[in-house]
Design a protein around this ligand. Structure first.
Ligand SMILES: [Zn+2]
Length: 344
């Protein structure tokens, strides 16, 4: 029986040594250590042994079983480690593969233009102010010398929320709000960029929603020549030092006198061509000296304070600067259009 056990042990260990997969190991375990295995069989036959031999053979059988089990475990660990290594090797990432390029966006052309305008006026000491897009009738019209029933309201029909609330038709209410807050206590030097709304039918030059940047400077001794100087600097910095400006008389209810500003045509430099429709000039923006009544309504003494105001459409500035021929390009989000103006 001793020899039988010894032989079984050697046989099992040799098989464990040769085993190459976890499945094979499992088979060996079942074959030698299972309930129907040869070791169990040896133990069953112990009844035939003498009392003295029984514990000796019993102990030996257990030792053989433990040795085989130990070897099985050790081999199992080894095989598992190898399997993991092979898996890792197989699944290695090839870092030399070129990656997928990430498409980077950029600011919208209108955003860039508004920021450029802001920078320019900040450089001349203006601060940037913003206000609500849903505005009261008072701030949108009345505080700007446009009482109910004023004919000039017709040019600025809007989308009404209620009788007294509307989508603002210009950014001027931000000026009225700022002056109204100060109540004549200090000068105002600000620009107000933002979205505005009008009841307009969309075409190549009109949109029911567009952008404005308006400016206001109220202080003691602010003169028309100051307005001209500021606008001249703006035009040259935005469009080029060679561009000239001219002011033409115009009408706005909130300024008196009022002007329209033109810049000299880039193509013909004032000679007249098809771009400027033969006039040599291109209309850019409107402005004027703040109407005394607007100052008074906001709590400013119009005998002590004077001011100028102006307003422009960044869409128009961008169209002239970059030769965009349809205002709708700004809002339809065609990536082919937008991409042309992404700065690196
Ligand atoms: Zn021209």
């Amino acid at each position: 029986m001793r020899e039988r056990l010894q032989a079984l042990k050697e046989e099992a260990l040799a098989k464990v040594d040769q085993a190459d997969t976890l499945n094979e190991l499992q088979d060996i375990k079942v074959a030698y250590l299972g309930k129907k295995g040869p070791i169990t069989e040896v133990l069953r036959g112990m009844g035939k042994l003498s009392k003295e031999e029984r514990p000796v053979i019993g102990e030996l059988a257990n030792k053989v079983r433990e040795t085989i089990a130990g070897e099985l475990d050790a081999k199992k660990e080894k095989l598992e480690a190898r399997e993991l290594e092979e898996k890792l090797e197989k699944e290695t990432i090839d870092v030399t593969l070129p990656g997928r390029p990430v498409t980077l966006g950029g600011p919208h052309l209108l955003t860039s233009i508004v920021e450029e305008i802001e920078d320019l006026f900040i450089g001349m000491g203006f601060e940037v102010r913003e206000g609500p897009e849903v505005e009261t009738d008072y701030y949108n019209f009345e505080a700007l010398n446009l009482p109910k029933g004023h004919p000039a309201r017709d040019m600025q029909d809007s989308f009404y929320i209620t009788e007294e609330l509307l989508m603002r038709t210009h950014t001027s209410p931000v000026q009225a709000r700022t002056m109204g807050k100060y109540q004549g206590s200090k000068p105002v030097k600000m620009i107000c960029p933002g979205k505005v709304y009008r009841r307009d039918t969309d075409d190549a030059t009109h949109s029911h929603q567009f952008t404005q940047v308006e400016g206001l400077y109220v202080d003691r001794n602010v003169r028309m020549s100051d307005l001209k100087g500021v606008l001249n600097r703006f035009a040259k910095q935005m469009f080029g030092e060679e561009r000239e400006i001219r002011l033409r008389p115009s009408f706005f209810p909130f300024t008196e006198p009022s002007v329209e500003m033109d810049i000299s045509c880039k193509v013909c430099h004032g000679e007249g061509c098809s771009v400027c429709k033969g006039t040599g000039w291109i209309e850019i923006l409107g402005g004027g000296m703040v109407h005394p009544r607007v100052l008074e309504m906001a709590g400013y003494d119009s005998k002590e304070y004077t001011g100028f105001a102006f307003g422009m459409g960044p869409e128009r500035i961008a169209m002239l600067k970059y030769g965009v021929d349809d205002i709708r390009h700004f809002y339809t989000n065609d990536i082919r259009f937008l991409k042309q103006y992404h700065k690196a």
